[in-house]
Design a protein. Structure first.
Length: 494
């Protein structure tokens, strides 16, 4: 780092009155962005979408994890007149010299315009199904840039819920027995990434409640960043307060108090987890009261356990919480799992983050952390985060490759349920993938070129009337296009 850059960083630190440690955290987050832009540019180049001379990769060591989701942030930082939120624009302009020193951009206006087109037939779909456009809730809707701003505010103010220590209650969560409205059967509707408060979210919930499931579980993500109410502590630091209440709690169906569960997520960690813990879990009359303020839970039926885990709280701000972790410096959540003494072969895990890459290119550290805590791979694992509906085969085999240094194999039934509200398209990277059994788009009606319908999943557990032991598990994937499942499978029993 040259002397001029160091001087700008020190000036920025003194302007804000922050410690060197917090300043270093901010720099690490900003350093992540040029590589995210490069992911976007590389995709455009490889698909013959880039106009003009080809740029070169950013200099220096590439971060372990990057995300195309942040691909336009460097361009907005370098072109603040394009920023629509007045507060964000004001601060980007105020610290412009500092920001552009650390976050250069190679995006051009001509290529930027390709990502802002309104003609749906020309909208670009990324390989994982992400809609690379600035339409509402698409990947480059500026609401996400405002959410990133809230993350920076959390880091600057060290505004983490429970001061950065995993918030396990003094009395550890105990197993919660489930019971169905029909004898010996429990039905659970599950969806991820639902908290958008938009028409798609309402349509999914309407379809879901018509099935009258016994329980509803949300796998996390409230948008744009699950901000706390204006009356909550430290809420004044965030723009667009009250998203957790407005886009999630207010739209949750009546009659599901003590029949609902919700997980923590990356977007809810941007405002430090304050909205999630204060307004979803601890608010008076919360439908999630069975969680007793905990972001993890264990539900039992027929001798089996559904284990809901917090993969977000211990994530890294330098990765914008895009990748899941079970534990931080202390194995608090792992120790709780171990004291439950579960049988992995009779355990279904739920997390917001994925256990491996959406295209099965490599497993993530979250998989190993959960496996170690349980003692072995779980029987099934449902997650969100990736905005698509995906059923992986059992077993999943990931060979050694440039992405994966050692072979990985699991018999776990793994599924992605992140398609409950946001616009998404067919994941081209999954076409012909030997580890994929089904993905949304194979049967669904296409609502625009490459864009698919939102949906959810119904999990049904059956027990033996005489012994009470679990004898069958079925899953049905549904979307808003029709009342019958688009994919069904019996994953246990017959």
């Amino acid at each position: 780092m040259n002397k001029t850059t160091q001087q700008k960083i020190e000036m920025f630190r003194k302007q804000l009155g922050i410690t060197e440690s917090i300043c270093d955290d901010i720099i690490e987050i900003l350093d992540f962005l040029p590589y995210c832009e490069w992911d976007l540019i590389s995709f455009m180049i490889s698909n013959n979408l880039w106009i003009g001379a080809k740029p070169t990769p950013p200099p220096g060591p590439r971060p372990e994890h990057t995300s195309v989701d942040f691909g336009l942030f460097p361009y907005w930082i370098n072109n603040p007149d394009l920023i629509t939120n007045a507060t964000v624009k004001r601060d980007v302009i105020k610290y412009h010299k500092f920001l552009t020193t650390l976050v250069p951009s190679q995006m051009t206006l001509e290529n930027y315009k390709r990502l802002t087109i309104t003609d749906k037939s020309k909208i670009i779909i990324y390989s994982d199904g992400s809609v690379l456009n600035t339409e509402a809730y698409a990947t480059y809707d500026q609401g996400w840039f405002a959410a990133f701003y809230n993350l920076l505010q959390t880091v600057l103010g060290d505004n983490w819920y429970n001061k950065g220590t995993f918030p396990m209650p003094p009395v550890l969560p105990s197993k919660i027995p489930l019971s169905g409205s029909t004898a010996n059967i429990v039905t659970i509707a599950m969806m991820g990434d639902w908290g958008a408060g938009n028409r798609s979210a309402l349509a999914v919930m309407s379809q879901l409640t018509q099935l009258k499931p016994d329980y509803i579980i949300h796998l996390g993500d409230v948008y744009y960043s699950g901000t706390p109410l204006a009356s909550d502590p430290n809420s004044s630091k965030y723009i667009t307060p009250g998203e957790e209440a407005k886009n999630f709690m207010a739209l949750w169906p009546k009659g599901y108090t003590k029949k609902s569960f919700t997980l923590n997520s990356n977007h809810e960690m941007y405002p430090g987890g304050n909205g999630y813990f204060l307004d979803a879990l601890k608010a008076a009359g919360s439908p999630f009261s069975l969680q007793n303020g905990a972001s993890c839970f264990a539900l039992t039926f027929g001798g089996w356990t559904i284990l809901g885990l917090d993969s977000a709280y211990n994530g890294k701000s330098s990765e914008a919480f895009m990748f899941g972790y079970l534990d931080g410096d202390q194995p608090i959540q792992s120790n709780w799992i171990k004291q439950l003494k579960l049988s992995p072969s009779q355990t279904i895990v739920l997390t917001h983050h994925t256990g491996f890459a959406y295209d099965t290119a490599k497993p993530y550290i979250l998989w190993d952390q959960v496996k170690v805590a349980l003692g072995s791979d779980p029987y099934a694992w449902y997650w969100g985060h990736v905005h698509n509906g995906i059923v992986y085969k059992s077993p999943v085999n990931i060979p050694v490759s440039k992405n994966n240094k050692k072979a990985f194999k699991t018999n776990t039934y793994a599924r992605c349920l992140g398609h409950a509200a946001l616009p998404y398209g067919y994941a081209s990277a999954l076409a012909g993938n030997k580890n994929v059994d089904w993905t949304e788009g194979q049967e669904s009606k296409v609502i625009a070129k490459g864009q698919l319908l939102n949906g959810f999943m119904l999990l049904s557990l059956y027990s033996d009337p005489k012994t009470g032991k679990l004898i069958k598990i079925t899953e049905d994937f549904l979307n808003v296009d029709r009342a019958t499942p688009v994919y069904s499978k019996t994953i246990y029993g017959s």
